[in-house]
Write a protein that binds this ligand. Structure first.
Ligand SMILES: [Zn+2]
Length: 406
């Protein structure tokens, strides 16, 4: 049971010298208050933070539980509530040219360090604030991303039938992709694109894209996704502006191309990676913003958006990315056929692929390994049973799409 503050247990007799006959009422009341022991460091003033933290955590747990167990809950949420969030918070954050989630991360780290130093002797105060911030972030993650993992897959909504495919189907798909890459490589086509002829054929010496190039690429990405929305009504609607990270090395060391920030509903990408990854990554992340969280499906949606784009840079990126996935799958079942097709690639595309491998090889190491394991666990925790391997299932989606088209 809690004791009232005036209980004699805590009461201390005032020292004799504290009595001041000449003092006014307010003076004596101040003195009287100072006689009580101070509450435990960070104790009483932390209560609102603990309460808010518990509230947001509980709400997140309840919503996740509903998404996992109640049939139709996540789907209804994804098509009713989530679009409102994306259309308000996402639209607002889209107004800023820089990544708010990245800026927020740096500010949060600096502020946390400052606050920790100032309150090092008040652990309860630090813990309560930390708990509340984590709970708020968990809540934002749940409503802007977590629930969407349990919605209907895009392939189901788009009526795609996933069937077993033969090696011949895979070969046909790969041959088609090679032809499309070569057709989309014409130098004249790329001089007017966002990268103004900087690629295809990128090497280590090619300069990084300028802010204006990145801006043009972001807008082209929005247009590509809006264009795909004409083909698939599930993808119709507004797309926020995708943003390059100020510190792209943060992603490179983890061997990541991009990241979706559920806290700000922003699509962020790595601006220092080889160019051909950028357009596809922009569209991949934008598909997450539309509420489709599965990695294989985001890859497929990104591919479809790129190849239907007005920009030759985007079309080239989509076909080359498609070939990397499909070609790797072909190499596993028929290495000779893979080499034969690879030899048909134009030299510029080969250069891009070589530079891509060289770039990512630089970041092979413990950080990338740990990040990969973390990503794997994260995807499995969100019922993506294949974890990071699910990225490869994009090939099955391409095969299903091209089944009667090739
Ligand atoms: Zn993704």
């Amino acid at each position: 049971m809690k004791l009232p503050i005036h209980t004699p247990i805590f009461f201390r007799c005032p020292p004799l010298k504290s009595y001041n006959p000449g003092g006014d009422a307010s003076d004596s009341s101040q003195k009287a208050r100072s006689l009580f022991p101070a509450p435990p460091a960070g104790g009483r003033d932390s209560r609102p933070f603990w309460t808010a933290g518990i509230f947001f955590s509980a709400l997140s747990v309840i919503l996740t539980f509903c998404a996992r167990t109640l049939p139709g809950f996540a789907q209804r949420y994804a098509v009713t509530v989530y679009p409102v969030l994306a259309g308000t918070l996402g639209r607002f954050c889209s107004l800023f040219p820089l990544s708010l989630s990245e800026a927020g991360l740096y500010i949060l780290i600096l502020f946390s360090l400052y606050y920790l130093c100032r309150n090092i002797k008040k652990p309860l105060r630090v813990l309560s604030r930390g708990f509340m911030i984590c709970s708020c972030l968990l809540f934002l993650y749940t409503v802007n991303c977590g629930i969407n993992y349990y919605r209907n897959p895009f392939s189901y909504e788009a009526g795609m039938v996933m069937e077993k495919s033969s090696t011949e189907d895979l070969y046909r798909l790969c041959a088609y992709l090679i032809d499309q890459i070569n057709a989309s490589i014409e130098p004249a086509e790329h001089t007017e694109g966002p990268l103004k002829g900087l690629y295809p054929g990128q090497t280590e010496d090619t300069p990084l894209p300028s802010p204006a190039d990145l801006r043009a690429m972001g807008i082209a990405g929005q247009e590509a996704m809006e264009g795909l929305g004409e083909q698939f009504p599930q993808l119709k609607g507004f797309y926020p502006y995708p943003k390059p990270l100020m510190g792209p090395r943060l992603l490179s060391v983890q061997q990541l191309c991009g990241i979706y920030s559920p806290f700000t509903i922003e699509a962020n990408y790595n601006r220092e990676m080889p160019y051909y990854n950028i357009p596809h990554t922009i569209c991949h992340e934008l598909s997450h913003l539309k509420g489709f969280m599965r990695e294989d499906e985001a890859n497929f949606i990104g591919y479809m958006a790129c190849i239907g784009s007005q920009s030759p840079d985007f079309r080239y990126s989509g076909y080359l990315m498609g070939w990397v996935y499909a070609g790797n799958a072909l190499a596993k079942v028929d290495l000779e056929a893979y080499y034969e097709l690879h030899s048909r690639l134009k030299p510029e595309a080969v250069k891009d692929l070589v530079w891509n491998n060289q770039f990512w090889d630089r970041f092979d190491g413990k950080v990338a390994e740990a990040s990969n394991q973390l990503n794997d666990r994260y995807l499995k925790a969100n019922s993506q049973e294949d974890g990071v391997r699910s990225y490869g299932r994009m090939v099955d989606l391409m095969l299903a799409y091209y089944k009667d088209r090739l």
